[in-house]
Design a protein around this ligand. Structure first.
Ligand code: PGA
Length: 243
């Protein structure tokens, strides 16, 4: 049974008050009743975007509920501001902030505690792919970053090859199919058939209007995590329309 697709936009460190217009245009012209849409703006915009017709998510959270952590945001704060989901373990956070699988697992547990759906990101570097380590890398990240209580409702996995993010390069469809099948099998081994087949697997990394349709056709691809192209309503809308 095909899962309902999810197209999630990751705005990264982009977006000002003027970006609210992107969401207005999306809602006016570009939503697709056949798929779910999520916009993950910077935390400063979550409160302003929530309730405007598109579900909103965060891009990171701390693992604790509150405390002396200057600059950090608790999952409960994201929920309080109107977020329904949070991206965790994005490769930029893993690289810029030294986030390990163990930290990502703690953050995922925190997201669930706050009632947020976690979008946990995994993906190999180019060196790992060249060394034939892609599946081993994904296996280790999945095992280390996803806590035991995963369900189809609380977890989404995003496969994002690091070398495809923001580069305009994408894996072949066969490479995407191979990794997504491997993720599905790994989830099945750990959580059983029912849960594994209810967890949506997104592809991310240079998804654009021109390649979205063929990527969505790939088996075990249940949507996309979109960076650059989610900043323009027209491009993001074209990707949503392809889902
Ligand atoms: P990109 O980013 O679509 O700009 O490649 C994807 C991501 O980092 O989630």
């Amino acid at each position: 049974m095909a899962l309902r697709k999810l197209v999630a936009g990751n705005w990264k460190m982009h977006g000002r008050a003027s970006s609210l217009a992107v969401v207005e245009t999306l809602v006016d012209k570009h939503l697709n009743p056949a798929c779910d849409v999520l916009v993950c703006p910077p935390a400063t915009l979550i409160g302003r975007l929530s309730g405007r017709g598109v579900p909103v998510g965060g891009q990171d959270c701390h693992w604790e509920t509150l405390g002396a952590h200057t600059g950090d945001i608790a999952a409960e704060m994201l929920a309080d501001a109107g977020a329904e989901a949070v991206i965790l373990g994005h490769s930029e956070r893993r690289a810029d902030h030294g986030e390990t699988d163990e930290i990502v697992a703690m953050k995922t547990a925190a997201a669930w505690r706050a009632g947020l759906r976690a979008i946990v990101c995994v993906g190999e570097t180019e060196a790992e792919r060249d060394a034939g380590q892609t599946l081993a890398c994904i296996a280790a990240q999945l095992a280390g970053s996803v806590p035991e209580e995963a369900t189809g409702d609380n977890l989404v996995i995003a496969y994002e090859p690091v070398w495809a993010i923001g580069t305009g390069r994408t894996p072949t469809l066969a490479q995407i199919a191979e990794v997504h099948a491997f993720i599905r099998e790994s989830l099945e081994t750990r959580f059983g058939h029912g849960i594994a087949h209810a967890i949506r697997l997104l592809y991310g990394g240079s998804v654009k209007p021109g390649n979205a349709a063929e990527i969505f056709e790939v088996k075990n691809v249940d949507g996309a995590l979109v960076g650059g192209a989610s900043l323009k309503a027209e491009d993001f809308g074209a990707i949503i329309a392809a889902a």
